[in-house]
Design a protein around this ligand. Structure first.
Ligand SMILES: C[S@@+](CC[C@H](N)C(=O)[O-])C[C@H]1O[C@@H](n2cnc3c(N)ncnc32)[C@H](O)[C@@H]1O
Length: 307
């Protein structure tokens, strides 16, 4: 899945700014922002989806992918270690909230310290969001909690040379499980980050996961969300036999991915009692100039607040 959830992360922080006004110029740059989808493009996407969802994964295999989901992700991290996800340049442009003000006092971080900002990254992988947050906010009173259900991923975070146990608390948790054991109380988190993680959860369990998370958010706290949108190039590339249910697929390595519409994202967060502060689809055209290939990417970005 080499080109997937980190593909945009390899780009420099220039996007959001380059628009394709003349189709003849398409191969002059590597990427274009806010690309409109015309009827032809939508029709082609619908045809590809019809084809790739004709044959679905047999039920017994679907059960295995659900029951052993953490094992498949563990294998993924055992193979790739922390080499897979690189520089996440877009993080602070898309989520400027994560650049916090430096400490005004010299107070020490403690769970009961009201000036402490508590951030929780869910499905953190090997820390490609966690370490930039710690680095950017080294002068601030920030505590970063992070969880993943892959023990290998959590171990890799703890072994990272920049890991600092006083400012970062990684732990193993399966967010789709019925029993949650977390190192912070309810109503204590300022920000919860969900980056390309809800898409890895079975659609039937997504609402439960968000309802659980909301309990730990402070009033006024926000969930910051970025994930795959329907018709993203990655969805259209799946082959017949990889579809689990509508817009939900299994990759060759056994990890799974869902593709969202804005309406679905809104329904999940608003049903959990949150209020929308941002919801949009980022539509990008990435271009392989050498091969003259056009790749249409769609990500959904959202911010929802607990009132
Ligand atoms: C696509 S990766 C994204 C990783 C990270 N958020 C990033 O953007 O680099 C999805 C992550 O979610 C984790 N994950 C999937 N299902 C999970 C679950 N039920 N509980 C906890 N973590 C889960 C996987 O182990 C993996 O690290």
């Amino acid at each position: 899945m080499a080109d997937e959830f980190n593909s945009e992360a390899r780009k420099k922080p220039q996007f959001g700014t380059r628009f394709l006004n003349n189709q003849e110029n398409v191969f002059q740059h590597n990427a274009w922002d806010d690309v409109e989808w015309n009827d032809d493009l939508i029709k082609q996407a619908q045809e590809k989806l019809k084809l790739n969802s004709e044959i679905t994964v047999p039920v017994e295999d679907q059960v295995k992918y659900e029951d052993e989901a953490n094992i498949f992700w563990d294998k993924f991290y055992n193979i790739h270690q922390n080499r897979f996800f690189k520089d996440r340049h877009w993080l602070f442009t898309e989520f400027p909230e994560l650049t916090l003000k430096p400490n005004e006092s010299e107070s020490k971080s403690q769970a009961s310290d009201p000036s402490q900002i508590n951030i929780f990254e869910v499905g953190c992988g090997v820390g490609n969001t966690v370490f930039p947050i710690l680095d950017t906010n080294s002068d601030s009173n920030v505590m970063v909690y992070c969880c993943d259900f892959s023990e290998t991923a959590i171990s890799l975070i703890k072994e990272h040379p920049d890991f600092d146990g006083k400012r970062c608390h990684p732990f193993v948790l399966d967010i789709s499980s019925n029993s949650w054991n977390v190192p912070f109380p309810e109503n204590s988190l300022n920000y919860i980050i969900l980056i390309f993680v809800l898409s890895a959860i079975h659609p039937d369990k997504m609402q439960y996961v968000i309802n659980q998370l909301v309990k730990y958010l402070k009033p006024g706290g926000q969930i910051l969300f970025r994930d795959y949108g329907k018709y993203d190039m990655v969805e259209l590339r799946f082959k017949p036999g990889q579809c689990l249910t509508d817009h939900f697929y299994v990759r060759g390595d056994g990890t799974r991915v869902y593709f969202f519409s804005e309406d679905e994202v809104h329904k999940i967060f608003s049903s959990a009692g949150l209020s929308q502060t941002q919801l949009y689809s980022s539509k990008r055209l990435q271009v392989n100039r050498g091969k003259q290939l056009k790749m249409y990417r769609i990500w959904i970005q959202a911010k929802y607040q607990k009132l």
